[in-house]
Design a protein around this ligand. Structure first.
Ligand code: CUA
Length: 158
């Protein structure tokens, strides 16, 4: 079979890229231990209110952890609990959220916090709130007629 020189170069390049990409993903997953953000923590979505830490939504001081506070959110059509919360400036906070019914979003406008909340799963994100101000949390997954009304407020205060 005769192949044009450029075709061979292009094929080598393509296969080379594939090898590089798969190696990067492989090293990241198996050697560095990177996992999807939620790490697939599961929860019974019908018993969210009785399940720790979702039985007490809001901000809690964390003891002996790598983060200072845990900020627990429960989403349901069409609201977040808590609807409003204050966080001390500079605190390292683990945001822990889930939903009681359908898929909701959890996007903190103006930050890189953007999680999908799926029934039966727990979504987590650890971050440091180092800019004071009011942050709007919005739902960015269409969840029904009240979707556009679904929001919460996080105040980062000194
Ligand atoms: Cu909740 Cu859209």
């Amino acid at each position: 079979m005769h192949m044009h020189k450029f075709e061979k170069i292009w094929l080598t390049f393509g296969i080379g890229c594939l090898v590089v990409f798969l190696s990067v993903v492989g090293v990241s997953a198996f050697y560095l231990g990177n996992k999807p953000a939620s790490c697939l923590t599961t929860i019974n979505s019908e018993k969210v209110d009785q399940t720790k830490p979702f039985d007490k939504p809001g901000l809690h001081k964390a003891e002996g952890k790598e983060w200072d506070y845990e900020l627990v959110f429960v989403a349901s059509t069409f609201s977040y609990n808590p609807a409003q919360v204050k966080v001390p400036l500079g605190a390292k906070v683990k945001v822990i959220a889930t939903t009681k019914d359908v898929i909701h979003g959890f996007e903190m406008a103006g930050t890189n916090i953007n999680m999908m909340l799926e029934p039966g799963y727990v979504s987590e994100y650890t971050t440091t709130f180092d800019k004071a101000g009011e942050y709007l949390v919005v739902c960015n997954e269409y969840c029904g007629t009240g979707h556009h009304l679904m929001s919460a407020k996080i105040e980062v205060v000194k």
